[in-house]
Design a protein around this ligand. Structure first.
Ligand SMILES: *Cc1c(COP(=O)(O)O)cnc(C)c1O
Length: 456
């Protein structure tokens, strides 16, 4: 399998190179040349790791087959259930529980795998990488857990001091491996992100210190997420065309659903749920992709402005025309919006539906589901459950992607239900661990010096 860029100027990239490259050199995102066809019925009876192998083998065909199997089984060892992604019935719909990894959010599914993949490729190439990332919470902890203790990889995560939840901070700072550094920057998440961007734009620094990234534009992350669409489908009591409802931020998770659809999984609708940051809902429902200010909501991992992975879908919507994708990206940069024709909007709506959920509705949904099913959902999942409810989707063939464990967002759950969430063992254990972090000024050269020292 070869990979090419959505903007059409990079092609013929191997899987291993695609993993190490992240963003394509023309600024676009990498896509596989084709989507391998899979008959889902041939996967019945296999476990998660075996299904992962069957679904992904053609995408990663430059990795030795036995090694690839080993990489996959290693990637799901730290999960707290053998089932990896269990399906729960909450009466209004089914929930695919994607939060059984070490940091209790769905990002573990891809980042546990990506960490192993990095280690494997770097060993083969006798190379090393220094990862820098900015986080508002979930990505940082999942990335740290993905690479902790791995050879030839260091990771430095910048987060806004006093502005991430206490559980999220503890998940990042209780990791004692020497290859992990956390910096609590005296500023906002945007400040952290700007610092990281400036270091990637510093060509000398980037080259000398072999900087790498693990954000959701990496194809390997999307790819790993395709697996659970197949796996969740296979757990339905009755095989039939299915709706997937996905709490969406950067369009990464739902793009994996689109890839599953292109691979032949019997999908009826892909339903995108947003919070009050509803740019993607406006896009799907009426073709309005115009930027607005980012609001802080109860579901912070979906508080986004530009959905970076949408570009992958636009490539197909624009009939595989890379120049048209480049034009759209420029239009967004220059005018704050992307325009679509009526034909394009109809095309989007043949497969996608969407709904935007307010903070108030998020709270009410957490309460309704608890009263009805004695099941506690987190605020991100609640947006998707509410979308399912409001759009009138059937219980029997609708699966909501449950992206986080409610214990990660105890304040909203307490506000909705008046009770504390029962904490899973992993959090209880974490509370007795020592933590390390460094508070640092929001000062580019100070942070840079600290990074240089750590990477040397
Ligand atoms: C990252 C995240 C999302 C958004 O996922 P995308 O792939 O960016 O659409 C949703 N829910 C939770 C809990 C997350 O951590």
């Amino acid at each position: 399998m070869k990979y090419f860029s959505t903007r059409g100027k990079v092609s013929n990239i191997s899987f291993k190179d695609a993993v190490m490259m992240g963003l394509a050199e023309d600024g676009g995102l990498l896509l596989p040349q084709y989507f391998p066809k899979i008959d889902v019925e041939t996967l019945r009876g296999k476990n998660y790791q075996e299904i992962a192998y069957e679904v992904l083998k053609e995408y990663a065909d430059d990795i030795d087959r036995e090694d690839f199997k080993k990489l996959l089984s290693k990637s799901y060892q730290a999960f707290d259930t053998d089932n990896i992604v269990p399906l729960a019935d909450i009466k209004e719909c089914f929930l695919a529980e994607l939060f059984h990894g070490p940091t209790l959010a769905f990002k573990d599914i891809a980042l546990q795998f990506l960490g192993n993949l990095f280690e494997y490729i770097l060993a083969e190439r006798s190379d090393s990488v220094n990862i820098i990332g900015a986080t508002s919470g979930d990505t940082g902890s999942a990335a740290i857990y993905g690479v902790r203790g791995k050879k030839n990889v260091n990771i430095a995560i910048l987060y806004p001091n006093k502005r991430v939840s206490s559980v999220q901070e503890m998940q990042m700072t209780s990791v004692m491996d020497d290859n992990v550094l956390t910096l609590a920057v005296k500023g906002t998440f945007d400040d952290c992100q700007n610092l990281v961007k400036s270091y990637f734009n510093d060509a000398n620094f980037k080259k000398q210190y072999k900087l790498g990234a693990v954000n959701s534009i990496n194809w390997a992350r999307i790819m790993a997420q395709i697996v659970y669409y197949f796996y969740a489908y296979l757990q339905l009591p009755k095989a039939q065309k299915v709706n997937f409802v996905v709490p969406t931020g950067n369009f990464g998770n739902i793009f994996a659903g689109y890839a599953a659809y292109r691979m032949g999984l019997p999908i009826n609708k892909l339903v995108l749920a947003t919070n009050e940051n509803d740019i993607l809902h406006r896009f799907i429902s009426k073709g309005d992709y115009s930027l607005a200010d980012v609001k802080a909501t109860y579901s912070p991992s979906m508080d986004i402005q530009v959905a970076s992975n949408l570009e992958r879908y636009l490539y197909f919507l624009f009939k595989e025309n890379g120049a048209k994708v480049s034009d759209a990206v420029n239009e967004l940069k220059n005018t704050g919006k992307i325009s679509f024709s009526n034909e394009e909007i109809s095309e989007v709506q043949t497969l996608f539906m969407s709904y935007g959920v307010t903070n108030k509705a998020t709270e009410e949904t957490i309460k309704r589901i608890y009263d009805k099913s004695s099941y506690v959902i987190d605020p991100h999942t609640a947006c998707a459950v509410e979308a399912c409810h409001k759009l009138g989707l059937n219980h029997d063939n609708t699966i909501v992607m449950s992206t986080a464990h409610p214990a990660k967002f105890p304040d909203v759950v307490k506000k909705s239900l008046g009770i504390d969430v029962k904490e899973p063992d992993s959090i209880i254990k974490m509370r007795s661990l020592t933590t390390k972090t460094e508070v640092i000024e929001n000062d580019s050269s100070m942070v840079k010096e600290r990074l240089k020292q750590f990477f040397s």
